[in-house]
Design a protein around this ligand. Structure first.
Ligand SMILES: C[S@@+](CC[C@H](N)C(=O)[O-])C[C@H]1O[C@@H](n2cnc3c(N)ncnc32)[C@H](O)[C@@H]1O
Length: 302
């Protein structure tokens, strides 16, 4: 176990001062005193968490895009850097469904009865995931469309531009009560009007996009922090525990930490875990809601 000091300091309601990184699959994971980065498989790692112990789950699982390395081409026939990572490859829909059922059930076990579950996906996977969620007992509360204001064009021009992804917000079961929904905070974020289920936000770019020295993206599917801010601000309170079973570059934990929530992130790839550690170490939580409003004010959608 490696302990990294950093991040959570200053006057905040959160008791946490460090995050720990745990490797392997040996012991129960204790998230009561610090943020936890788990280097491991989502399904086996979640089995090491106490039941009914997390307030919010945000999952950005493999999409099963079924892309081959040469599938995406520009009009000049040059290849587009799509998501061809090994972690996104499944042999069949049945294999993907088996995997999805396993992680969905693992998430449901650790979610508090009053907790919120979020999952994001494209048309390749979100319908299968939605069915599996309902079959597992989750009760759907909203689907939210993330409308990308600057989507990647459809280079071959044989279909519509894919300009959105879908998020599903669900509670653990139909009878669940007291699910946090910060209606007024969302309204304030939306210029005083009720927040709607279409979120118009750009894809992750500019200085927020993590790149190596030669400008290459460090993660192919890094989500914009503005998207996670809405998820975290709407359905959690300061001090709550936010879990991300497919952490990638660590966007969920980075946002949770900044907003004074605690986090648990699971990621199977060691290089991404290193990236997450360097990302979260510099993040100081914002102490109160006035400051939080100031931070997200620049993100208001039109
Ligand atoms: C879609 S990406 C998540 C991106 C993330 N939301 C971000 O903003 O960077 C999915 C991630 O899940 C990881 N992954 C895939 N299968 C996994 C598994 N069984 N257990 C843990 N992590 C897994 C991949 O390595 C990848 O980084």
């Amino acid at each position: 176990m490696r302990v990294v000091v950093g991040g959570l300091a200053g006057p905040t309601p959160v008791q946490v001062r460090t995050h720990i990184r745990v490797d392997g699959a040996a012991n129960p994971i204790d998230s009561s005193r610090s943020n936890v980065l788990v280097h491991g498989d989502a399904i086996t790692s979640l089995a090491r968490l106490a039941p009914s112990s997390v307030d919010v789950i945000f999952a950005d699982p493999p999409y099963n895009l079924q892309l081959r390395a040469t599938d995406l081409r520009r009009p000049n026939d040059s290849a587009v850097a799509g998501v061809t990572d090994a972690w996104d490859a499944f042999g069949s829909f049945a294999e993907y469904d088996t995997f999805t059922r396993a992680w969905v059930e693992a998430c449901r076990r650790v979610l508090k009865p009053s907790g919120s579950f979020w999952v994001i996906g494209s048309y390749h996977c979100i319908f299968r995931i939605g069915t599996i969620l309902q079959d597992a007992g989750f009760w759907l509360l909203n689907d939210v469309v993330w409308v990308k204001s600057n989507p990647m064009p459809h280079f071959r021009g044989v279909r519509f531009t894919n300009a959105h992804e879908t998020l599903i917000w669900a509670k653990r079961d139909e009878s669940a009560r007291n699910v946090t929904f910060n209606y007024q905070e969302m309204k304030a974020l939306n210029g005083g009007k009720q927040m709607r289920s279409d979120w118009h936000l750009p894809i992750c770019g500019g200085r927020e996009r993590l790149r190596d020295g030669s400008g290459r993206k460090l993660h192919s599917t890094q989500k914009p922090e503005a998207l996670l801010e809405r998820v975290v601000l709407s359905t959690s309170r300061p001090g709550d525990v936010v879990l991300d079973p497919f952490a990638g570059s660590g966007t969920t934990g980075a946002v949770a930490q900044r907003l004074g929530r605690r986090w648990i992130m699971v990621e199977r790839d060691a290089a991404y875990c290193d990236l997450i550690e360097s990302r979260v170490c510099s993040i100081t939580p914002i102490a109160d809601s006035v400051d939080r409003d100031a931070v997200v004010a620049g993100r208001r959608s039109s």
